[in-house]
Design a protein around this ligand. Sequence first.
Ligand SMILES: Cc1cc2nc3c(=O)[nH]c(=O)nc-3n(C[C@H](O)[C@H](O)[C@H](O)COP(=O)(O)OP(=O)(O)OC[C@H]3O[C@@H](n4cnc5c(N)ncnc54)[C@H](O)[C@@H]3O)c2cc1C
Ligand SMILES: NC(=O)c1ccc[n+]([C@@H]2O[C@H](COP(=O)([O-])OP(=O)(O)OC[C@H]3O[C@@H](n4cnc5c(N)ncnc54)[C@H](OP(=O)(O)O)[C@@H]3O)[C@@H](O)[C@H]2O)c1
Length: 381
Amino acid sequence: MSADPTALYSRKNPFPAQLKTNRSLTGPGAAKDTRHFEIDLADSGLVYEVGDSLGVFPTNNPVLVEEILGVLGFSGEEEVTDPNGNTITIREALTRSYVITEKDKKLLAAIAQKDPTAAHFIPMTTPEGRAELEAYVAGREVIDPLLAHPAAKFTPEEFVKCLRKLQPRLYSIASSQKANPSEVHLTVAAVRYETHGRKREGVCSTFLSDRSDNVPVPVFVHTAKHFRVPEDPSTHAIMVGPGTGIAPFMAFLQERKATGATGKNWLFFGDQKSATDFLYREELEAWQQEGVLHKLSTAFSRDQAEKVYVQHRMLEEAEELFAWLEQGGYFYICGDASRMAKDVDTALHQVVEKAGGKSPEEAAAYVEELKKSKRYRKDVY
Ligand SMILES: Cc1cc2nc3c(=O)[nH]c(=O)nc-3n(C[C@H](O)[C@H](O)[C@H](O)COP(=O)(O)OP(=O)(O)OC[C@H]3O[C@@H](n4cnc5c(N)ncnc54)[C@H](O)[C@@H]3O)c2cc1C
Ligand SMILES: NC(=O)c1ccc[n+]([C@@H]2O[C@H](COP(=O)([O-])OP(=O)(O)OC[C@H]3O[C@@H](n4cnc5c(N)ncnc54)[C@H](OP(=O)(O)O)[C@@H]3O)[C@@H](O)[C@H]2O)c1
């Protein structure tokens, strides 16, 4: 019996993929840098379904690694133990194995032990000092307390023991294997910001954006059984995906086109400005022309003085949205969990109240029934 190729690569044994395409989705002058990536899966045997995410193992920025080595007085060639117990150089360990963009109380406690001028870290490492610790760590990375306390001297092994293991990040898959058999696509917003006078960047989003050309990108498929296209191809899909939340819906639309699904598709998309942040505009307009995307409702929050968000568009279109639900349509949300998904959920209740002529309690029961029957599906982060 031959081995199952899909079982070959996993989180424990990621596939060393090559990046084929790294294209900007945002225009000149945009406040954000959101990109479209195409990753080659040829010969990997990796199989994914639309709705799944791709796990990516990043490496840290070498400039930051060298800065940390310099502050600590290491050449980089010193040997240390990695989180799996292997012996590697400290340069390699800080590049691939450990988190250097956040710090926790273990490092602060060690610095306080080695440098009396860092004694103010000690209360932060106690349960009572939690609020103080949180205030200190916000916007700071491993380099900050090291620069502030150069008298704290570590052995290479002591230092890495104060760090946590670098973890992979998940990205919603933005392609269907029915349309792109040997590729996986992603939509990623590069995280860049400035705090305490230093430029900072998210590890994985900038690894993909800036440091992944001609190097292996270790990936694995993260299954999301709860976030699939409707099982019945004649079912309508209402998809709410502002910002990078659009990613899985690019996959849904590719899939529904490839399978000839007859159910209608309605996308609510929002971002900052129509001129610079209308992600996948050409693809979406082409799908509208072809009759794959039946409705596209956009909300550009910064095109006018007042914020306009996807939930405002939902309320404007309450009658039709409710009609699609009454016809058995599925309702999907992807993107920001902290505010957007909650506000869209509130708007869904309001749509049911307004267009369905229901009381708040009846609307809540209606939405609850959507959830129970798995017609209300979320993938938020
Ligand atoms: C299921 C799932 C699907 C996802 N899909 C996508 C997707 O399709 N596209 C996408 O782009 N992302 C997606 N994400 C998010 C993604 O996994 C990463 O979290 C994101 O790319 C940031 O990772 P990073 O390594 O670049 O940043 P990290 O190194 O993890 O840094 C992020 C951290 O930086 C800090 N930070 C960020 N901005 C600021 C600021 N302005 N001020 C102070 N601190 C700040 C915060 O502490 C934040 O947690 C998804 C997440 C999940 C769980
Ligand atoms: N949980 C998280 O940490 C998290 C989640 C998602 C994104 N992000 C980060 O945010 C950056 C950009 O993310 P993104 O491109 O996906 O887009 P986004 O920041 O989520 O923004 C997309 C659109 O949603 C709007 N928006 C803001 N609040 C909203 C709300 N309550 N309801 C509905 N819409 C709302 C934004 O408007 P305005 O900005 O004009 O208000 C913008 O027009 C990235 O750096 C990403 O990593 C972080």
